[in-house]
Design a binder for this molecule. Structure first.
Ligand code: AHM
Ligand code: MG
Length: 329
């Protein structure tokens, strides 16, 4: 018998005494929005939705029409969920404060509506990443920003949807990682893998090597170890240029995904709150880990909604070798 995502979330909630169904109502906002996004992605060349929207977002990047559509779909679906007090998106400079003073609102949600912008117009895999936090002070509303500026370890749930050759939702609420594949005939995300574990050792590294002359030395050294065979195998290379796609392969097949700092971007390119944190949470839940080269990604105390971070995320063997390289200096 099939298990839908909603059934899975309702079942997980039964672990908590007195739990209500509000959390499953909240996450159903994500599944509804991502189904809307996926239907636009699948018809992208046929409708007038490819190309630039003509605006520049908070990161200084040109917004694609699909970026804007995805952002609007998520905000529309999630702002109807009364348990959400704050929404922060890659595409909005300031978080949207919905009803954070209301006792009914208990959660904040952060997302990148469409990750992999450079791949949108060329029919290459893209994705949506998200993370959910509980309001920080129990009953007190607190300052809106405090709701989202929490370390990744405080995420109550996180995940992504990858719009690839199939559409897959990867999700964890801190009790293992589970994948759900969108069945287009049924219109639901159906459980396809339960308690996913990352291979302890994989055979791919994933990095944009064109920046190699601008990395700190430790990254070049690490890459040499991966390629040289010193780690017992010669790692091969895969790089899509959509973090969600590159991470999804890393999660399933093992290996390591790396976006280092470089001289032009001393903190790397990826955003901590809605890109690095969700994948770090999933990696740890699946037996891997994630680091910024100084500390575990999930321990970073954010200062800014859109702050960037270097990211190294992978399986146990690859991350141990990275730590060894760091320790050797
Ligand atoms: P985006 O949020 O504008 O799509 O940028 C993030 C993307 C990641 O998906 C990907 O890993 C990275 O940018 C690729 O960047 P680069 O072209 O520098 O390799
Ligand atoms: Mg992105």
């Amino acid at each position: 018998m099939i298990t839908t995502f909603q059934q899975h979330v309702l079942h997980e909630q039964q672990r908590f005494p007195g739990a209500t169904t509000e959390f499953s109502w909240l996450v159903s906002g994500i599944t509804l929005a991502t189904k809307m996004i996926e239907s636009q992605v699948r018809r992208a060349g046929l409708t007038n939705i490819l190309g630039s929207h003509g605006e520049v977002n908070v990161q200084g990047e040109v917004q694609q029409k699909l970026d804007v559509y995805a952002n609007e779909a998520l905000i529309h679906c999630l702002s109807l969920r009364e348990s959400i007090g704050i929404i922060a998106s890659e595409e909005n400079e300031e978080p949207l404060v919905l009803r954070h003073d209301s006792p009914a609102s208990k959660y904040a949600i952060v997302f990148d509506p469409l990750d992999g912008s450079s791949n949108i117009d060329v029919a290459v895999t893209i994705g949506t990443t998200f993370a959910i936090f509980r309001r920080p002070d129990g009953d007190k509303a607190g300052a809106p920003l405090e709701w989202v500026l929490q370390p990744g370890r405080k995420q109550v749930a996180a995940g992504y949807v990858v719009y690839g050759s199939s559409t897959v939702l990867v999700y964890s609420a801190g009790n293992g990682v589970h994948t759900f594949t969108l069945d287009p005939l049924v219109g639901s995300y159906i459980l396809t893998k339960e308690n996913l574990r990352m291979p302890e050792r994989g055979s791919y590294y994933s990095i944009n090597e064109s920046y190699c002359d601008r990395w700190p030395g430790v990254y070049a050294k690490y890459l040499n170890r991966l390629k040289s065979g010193e780690m017992g195998r010669r790692y091969s290379s895969r790089f899509v240029g959509s973090m969600v796609a590159d991470f999804h392969r890393t999660l399933l097949r093992g290996g390591v995904f790396i976006y280092p700092p470089n001289t032009d971007h001393p903190e790397g390119k990826l955003r901590l709150l809605y890109e690095a944190n969700p994948v770090a949470f999933l990696a740890e839940q699946a037996g891997g880990s994630a680091s910024d080269g100084r500390q575990p990604i999930l321990d970073i105390q954010p200062r800014d909604v859109h702050q960037r971070t270097p990211l190294v995320v992978g399986g146990r063997a690859e991350m141990e070798e990275f730590e060894r390289c760091l320790a050797e200096g």
